[in-house]
Ligand binder design. Structure first.
Ligand code: AMP
Length: 276
């Protein structure tokens, strides 16, 4: 695996048929599954690691976000990445983070996580657009773990006619159902035990829907009661939305997905599950 830091280093490699996996590092099996999927269909697999300052809010965890770079290099190589791109802030934002061009996707970015993290998705779309320009991938692989992010990036690529195919990949989970996340390493042992309730709450909703329930309020209220049994969990939102529009749905349809965000201590976790 080759490690590069700049756009000119990338260009001298003359890569073609590139599968791209952008990340913020602190890699886990969820990230590695994206490399493995890219490996199946693309000649060259490029992973980037960049903790993007513009997608963090003022009081969020940018400063303490985990950066275990030596472990990440080893894991990316073992999973089959050809190139690891480690840009600096100056490479991504040559004009500085405050004065660089921003990409904004309206509507979709205001719902769900957009409400509690204003500006977050503008940071995501801006960095991914810049990374796409530097890496020139044919395909880019993103996890459904961040389903709203995936929907917003698909919209950005469609609206701007960017020549890249955005591929969504399934959520990889721990054995107790907790969706893998770099932020899981913040959890205390007690919080970690409580955290599996988030996916259990989603499973409860999915099972109720399988058994014929179509009323959103009924399944959400039951799930909230289940979550409230554990005082370590502070719910941010729990909602059933249309997968395409991310708008809340009162009646569960063939396009519904359930979304959750909750705090365990200071750590904010998200998850989602398809309901059809
Ligand atoms: P991050 O490093 O958190 O920005 O994530 C980088 C990419 O990995 C994004 O496309 C995420 O959706 C994806 N990802 C993160 N966690 C998981 C997971 N548990 N399963 C699948 N993909 C994931």
């Amino acid at each position: 695996m080759k490690i590069v830091h700049t756009a000119s280093e990338l260009h001298t490699l003359k890569l073609f048929d590139v599968g791209f996996v952008p990340t913020m590092g602190a890699l886990h099996s969820g990230h590695l599954s994206l490399i493995k999927t890219a490996r199946k269909t693309c000649k060259s697999v490029v992973m980037s690691i960049f903790v993007n300052p513009t997608q963090f809010g003022k009081n969020e965890d940018f400063g303490r976000y985990p950066r275990p770079i030596e472990d990440d290099k080893r894991m990316a190589e073992q999973a089959g990445a050809d190139i690891l791109f480690l840009p600096s802030v100056e490479v991504i934002y040559p004009g500085g983070t405050r004065f660089s061009t921003r990409v904004h996707v309206p509507a979709l970015g205001r719902r769900l996580c957009g409400k509690s993290r204003p500006g977050h998705f503008d940071g995501v779309t801006s960095v991914v657009a810049r990374l796409f320009a530097l890496v020139s991938p044919q395909k880019a692989f993103f996890g459904e773990k961040d389903f709203q992010q995936l929907a917003i990036l698909k919209k950005m690529v469609a609206d701007l006619s960017l020549p890249v195919d955005v591929v969504g990949c399934p959520i990889i989970r721990e054995s107790d159902g907790l969706a893998m996340s770099s932020r899981n390493r913040y959890l205390t042992p007690e919080e970690r035990r409580s955290a599996c309730r988030l996916s259990q709450a989603l499973d409860g909703i999915r099972d109720a829907v399988k058994n014929g329930e179509v009323n959103t309020a009924v399944v959400i209220d039951n799930a909230k009661l289940f979550l409230e049994e554990d005082k370590a969990i502070r719910l941010d939102y729990l909602d059933i939305c249309n997968e395409a529009t991310l708008k809340s749905e009162k009646r569960i349809s063939g396009q519904s997905r359930v979304f959750i965000a909750a705090f365990l201590g200071k750590t904010r976790l998200i998850d989602n599950k398809v309901l059809h």
